[in-house]
Ligand binder design. Structure first.
Ligand code: GLU
Length: 427
């Protein structure tokens, strides 16, 4: 069988219809782009990338670089320090607007050029070149391959960078720019000139969708940094159409003037499209349309609210033991439901078996709530027999069912660990 995903994305390209708008021309080299290029890529969190169209054609990343460099600035300087330089409010302005807060002098957000230039300058590095190297290195780790700079686009853009230069000098006058404006704009322009394909962008998006971890398990961004970046993309990523985007498409995204567009459905998938003609906001015309279609067809809007507690928790009596069988991923709301099952446990010394063999993941808060519930059952007099072969409540050796007891021990309680429910019931 061939997965229907492949047919779906080919069909999407075939049916996307007429193009509109114009290729960006304020950067002379971009005006040379073939306007008919069209590509889409969808990357799952476990590393599968579906592509269609011109998926291996390279183009420059342009403003899609902004959230990534912002992430590195936060990782280097800490969020507080970055917030002192760059605000997080949607500006409602065009990308190159000279939009600084009149009271604080901070650029409104890191997705407009003023904020992106300030963010570039906050990245650590011995000199301007070292800063760019670190930035390209981060992009490469996110893309899963070594990326390079399109020198022709870089030269072309730098020769027309007067406006960005003006922004940098202005940022310096208000104390929001570290470093020499010419060096910073040069570095920022190099960052915008990194060559990527939709495949690369989708893969980058999938790492952000996974909270900063690659499909191979490498942590590239800390969870708090990743969350900050996604939040700013959601509110400010699409220039002056950010509100329209959030309501109609509903996922964090960032577009670039070369025609790329990258979107992230947190916890699910990374998506990228490429089509060089831009609408009046500077976003890829067909790119926006493809996103609207995909998000509708695949139900990816962040605000699609549904009452979904995915966990099933069932209490059964087996040979005098009370067994709580739990299935599904655990977040706060699932843990809350499990606590209600624990609450029904009569006070006494009957052994309680907690069977987590059908649970593969628990986030931090779910883990803490679960451990607290276990501690309380223990205080009520119960002997707790934990079946946690995947180690979701702590660091466990998978495979043999033996728990390593680090996390539980820290909570003041060391449970017995059993390979399966039958051995837990037997004690
Ligand atoms: N390098 C471009 C600029 O600074 C990026 C703009 C964009 O992609 O929107 O003008």
């Amino acid at each position: 069988m061939q997965t229907p995903m492949i047919d779906y994305i080919h069909l999407l390209l075939e049916s996307i219809g007429e193009d509109g708008g114009h290729v960006a021309s304020y950067i002379p080299e971009l005006a040379q782009a073939n306007p008919d290029r069209l590509a889409v890529a969808i990357a799952t969190l476990d590393g599968k990338v579906y592509v269609a169209g011109d998926a291996d054609v390279e183009f420059t990343i342009q403003s899609i670089s902004k959230p990534l460099t912002y992430a590195l600035a936060i990782a280097d300087q800490g969020l507080e320090s970055v917030l002192q330089h760059i605000d997080v409010e949607p500006s409602g302005d065009a990308f190159n607007e000279i939009s600084l807060d009149p009271d604080t002098g901070r650029p409104r957000n890191p997705m407009i050029n003023a904020g992106a230039i300030a963010a570039h300058a906050l990245v650590s590095g011995e000199d301007a070149d070292a800063r760019v190297d670190r930035i390209v290195d981060l992009y490469s780790r996110l893309a899963g391959r070594s990326l390079s700079i399109a020198e022709d686009v870089f030269e072309s853009e730098l020769s027309e960078a007067d406006r960005n230069m003006a922004l940098a000098y202005m940022l310096r006058t208000v104390g929001k720019l570290e470093g020499t404006p010419t060096d910073v704009v040069r570095g920022y322009t190099r960052q915008c000139s990194v060559s990527v394909t939709v495949r690369d962008l989708a893969r980058m998006a999938s790492v952000l969708a996974a909270g900063g971890v690659t499909a191979e398990g490498e942590r590239v961004l800390e969870p708090e940094v990743n969350r900050q970046v996604l939040s700013v993309m959601a509110t400010c990523g699409m220039y002056n159409s950010a509100g329209d985007w959030l309501t109609s498409v509903g996922i964090p995204a960032k577009s670039g003037v070369a025609g790329g567009l990258m979107g992230i459905m947190p916890g699910q998938v990374g998506i990228a499209v490429f089509s060089p003609r831009l609408d009046a906001h500077g976003n890829s015309t067909r790119g926006v349309r493809m996103f609207e279609r995909m998000n509708h067809d695949l139900g990816l809007h962040l605000m699609n609210a549904s009452a979904s507690v995915s966990t099933v928790s069932r209490r059964v009596e087996i040979d005098g033991c009370s067994v709580h069988e739990i299935t599904g991923d655990l977040h706060f709301i699932e843990a809350e439901r499990i606590m209600r099952g624990f609450e029904d446990e009569p006070v006494g010394d009957a052994p309680v078996v907690i069977d987590l063999s059908q649970v593969r993941r628990a986030n931090d808060i779910a883990r803490r709530v679960m451990l607290e519930g276990i501690r309380r059952l223990h205080l009520d007099g119960h002997e707790i027999r934990l079946v946690d072969p995947w180690g979701v409540l702590g660091s466990a050796e998978t495979g043999n069912g033996e728990l390593v007891r680090g996390e539980q021990a820290r909570g003041g309680y060391v449970p017995g660990a059993f390979a399966n429910v039958a051995s837990a019931v037997r004690g």
